[in-house]
Design a binder for this molecule. Structure first.
Ligand code: K7E
Ligand code: CUA
Length: 660
């Protein structure tokens, strides 16, 4: 979301909210930082941070892991974008991770990291994240910090309301931002036939309890609104999932104006348990689709990509009791469920209040049929007053997202008035507001969307940072701001720039992750077909125009390091096994002039670089990671001869090969 989208809205908002613009564009924060702030974020050299924060990279397509409270960047985890830094999406083993029904798509826009949950609590096993542009959900294994699975979602456009976990990670769920005709339903239609031909589809991806493996279980076909965000119920509301909808006007052009007409849009409530039962009872309809399912193995150290051909759908208009709509002012964005699962908070970007819906009242309204009309004939709209627990009054301008602490408070970001507002969940009274710099999107409290928030900090992610950091030309970084929320008043502690544009982040106490870390891969368990387990096994094999180089890396040499008999026009596959069996000893590999990135090979892993030599000559290669005192010696040469040359294939290390 870019600030420019809001330029037109600001006058409208000012009208809506009266003239009060609390906290709008305050001056520098210098004076509002306490003297002990530095001490609170100082993590001494050699000490660990208390919290991991996983921040989406937005248009970088990746995830960044930070330590909190220091704000130190620990790692960029490549997910949807190729990453030349370690060869993700460049090596033969990882290329299949970025395969889709559209072919190789080496970029995406990632917004919402979601930690896996057990009993509504973050369990530190996996991190899911959405690809917004070419709809996908990825799973990162938090024992290795590697992306190990990506599943594409058919029938949708803009996988934005995604991926949100149910209470025990039974499903990760995603919904469409850009409704569209279903993939195979004769979709060459006029765009202005939107209301008739376009649909939304909610994807329920089943997650295996043991392995985390994902499977597209079913999709619910829903009215063609723009579905923006979601959260699952928990505790009493376990069976339900809540989605914000905007563009309930069903406009297909100039949404800036045409999707801001109605006073209220909706929160859509789906009884996913009931949908699951219907599917199990065989009520789903199988339809042909095409989507990729990519899985990475830590044993073969490679990914496979399978194109799946079918999904099951349920048209919600045919099954009463599945879907209800709660009216929500106005163009709602975030929807968040309180830790007790009793209240649903929806933030209307253009609304002057924050409505808080009651789950109990929703059930009552359903039982009493307190309806305010129907959508598509038989999808009930519940009466606003019947489902409302109350409104947070005068919260500020442009409420977007809410998280919760462990003491009964909620924290909501205000995009337009650039502040975080703290309010009490039980009586909806505002008790504090803090300026942020500037235009916050999401915020993250450790465990803040779970049943058991850890509290202590809130990290607010800001879109605009002009005047906050040393300038870097026209493009300035986005930022995160860390607040101490242990006391009554929020206290700003720290600012730090981020990777890409962070939308959401999730944060978790470090001990839930540290104890499960994989330090290296066991060589004995490496089943990559091109692995070699010792230098003795290294070889170079020509098969027609294909040459396979089976190479090893070990401090401080690559074996073999003199290779001849390569020819112009060959497809050369260099398979490198890192023989090290120790923590933190990767080796790198790069070839002069190769139209590819380097590889970074973890201990015990095998990784393959494809190279097409196009001219004759001597071509050096080397290790790119300063791995030992003799790292600079870790190098070698290829000899490339003309196509059809008589130079035989030869490889060696430690001797000068005889030239013929
Ligand atoms: Cu508010 Cu994509 Cu979750 Cu950005 S979204 S901020
Ligand atoms: Cu291996 Cu440098």
């Amino acid at each position: 979301m870019k600030f420019s989208n809001y330029k037109i809205l600001i006058p409208a908002l000012a009208l809506l909210a009266g003239s009060t613009m609390p906290g709008c564009k305050p001056g520098k924060a210098g004076s509002s930082v306490d003297a002990d702030a530095a001490q609170k974020v100082y993590v001494a050299p050699g000490k660990y941070d208390e919290i991991y924060t996983f921040m989406s990279g937005g248009f970088s397509g990746q995830v960044a892991a930070y330590g909190i409270p220091s704000g130190r960047l620990l790692k960029v985890i490549p997910v949807f974008s190729q990453n030349p830094e370690n060869g993700y999406g460049y090596s033969e083993e990882t290329k299949p991770m970025l395969n889709t029904s559209h072919g190789f798509v080496a970029w995406d826009d990632s917004h919402h990291p979601e930690l896996s949950k057990t009993n509504g609590e973050d369990d530190g096993r996996w991190l899911f994240i959405n690809g917004n542009n070419t709809p996908r959900i990825a799973r990162i294994d938090l024992t290795t910090f590697k992306t190990t699975e990506i599943i594409e979602l058919p029938n949708i456009g803009g996988n934005h309301a995604s991926p949100f976990c149910t209470e025990n990670t039974e499903y990760v769920v995603g919904n469409t931002r850009f409704s569209q005709p279903l993939d195979n339903a004769g979709n060459d239609v006029p765009i202005d036939s939107y209301k008739k031909n376009f649909k939304g589809a909610v994807s329920f991806v089943k997650v295996d309890k043991e392995t985390g493996g994902m499977k597209l279980a079913f999709q619910l076909i829903v009215p063609p609104f723009n579905y923006d965000l979601a959260h699952a119920g928990k505790g009493p509301s376990h069976d339900w999932m809540f989605f914000t909808c905007y563009n309930t006007e069903q406009a297909n052009t100039l949404l800036e104006v045409n999707a801001s007409q109605r006073d209220k849009d909706f929160v859509m409530a789906i009884n996913w348990k009931k949908a699951e039962e219907l599917i199990l009872a065989g009520k789903g309809t199988k339809i042909p689709v095409k989507y990729a399912h990519n899985v990475y193995s830590d044993k073969t150290h490679s990914a496979t990509s399978t194109i799946e051909k079918e999904t099951q759908i349920l048209d919600v208009t045919k099954f009463p009791g599945l879907v209800y709509y709660m009216p929500c002012p106005k163009s709602p964005h975030g929807v968040d469920v309180t830790p007790d699962g009793e209240s649903i908070v929806a933030s209307g970007k253009l609304a002057a209040v924050i409505p808080v819906f009651s789950y109990k009242k929703m059930l009552d309204a359903i039982a009493k049929k307190a309806y305010d009309g129907m959508i598509d004939g038989n999808l009930p709209v519940l009466k606003y007053e019947a489902v409302l627990r109350g409104e947070v009054k005068k919260p500020g301008l442009g409420p977007l997202h809410t998280e919760f602490d462990d003491k009964g408070f909620a924290y909501t970001t205000m995009f337009v008035s650039s502040e975080v507002v703290k309010w009490k969940v039980d009586n909806l009274e505002i008790i504090d507001r803090a300026p942020v710099f500037y235009s916050p999107g999401h915020l993250s409290i450790p465990g803040g969307d779970s049943k058991k928030p850890y509290g202590k900090y809130v990290i607010v992610m800001d879109k605009i940072t002009k005047d906050r950091y040393l300038p870097t030309g026209p493009e300035l970084s986005q930022a995160a701001q860390l607040f101490d929320i242990s006391g009554n008043k929020m206290k700003l502690l720290l600012d730090f720039p981020t990777i890409g544009e962070p939308h959401y982040a999730q944060s978790i106490p470090a001990d839930k992750i540290v104890k499960n870390q994989v330090k290296f891969f066991k060589l004995a368990e490496n089943t990559n077909p091109y692995a070699v387990k010792s230098e003795k096994e290294t070889k170079v094999v020509r098969t027609g125009k294909r040459v396979d180089v089976y190479m090893t890396a070990m401090r401080s040499h690559l074996a073999p390091d003199n290779i001849e008999g390569i020819q112009v026009g060959d497809d050369v596959y260099i398979h490198i096994t890192n023989l090290e069996q120790d923590w933190d000893v990767p080796h790198g590999f790069a070839i002069k002039g190769a139209n590819n990135a380097e590889l970074l090979i973890m201990p015990g892993e095998t990784s393959t670089l494809k190279w097409n030599p196009y001219q004759q000559g001597i071509v050096p290669f080397y290790c790119t990671d300063f791995c030992s005192a003799l790292h600079q010696e870790m190098q070698g040469y290829f000899r490339v001869s003309p196509a059809g040359s008589k130079v035989p294939v030869k490889f060696s290390i430690g001797v000068n090969p005889v030239t013929q």
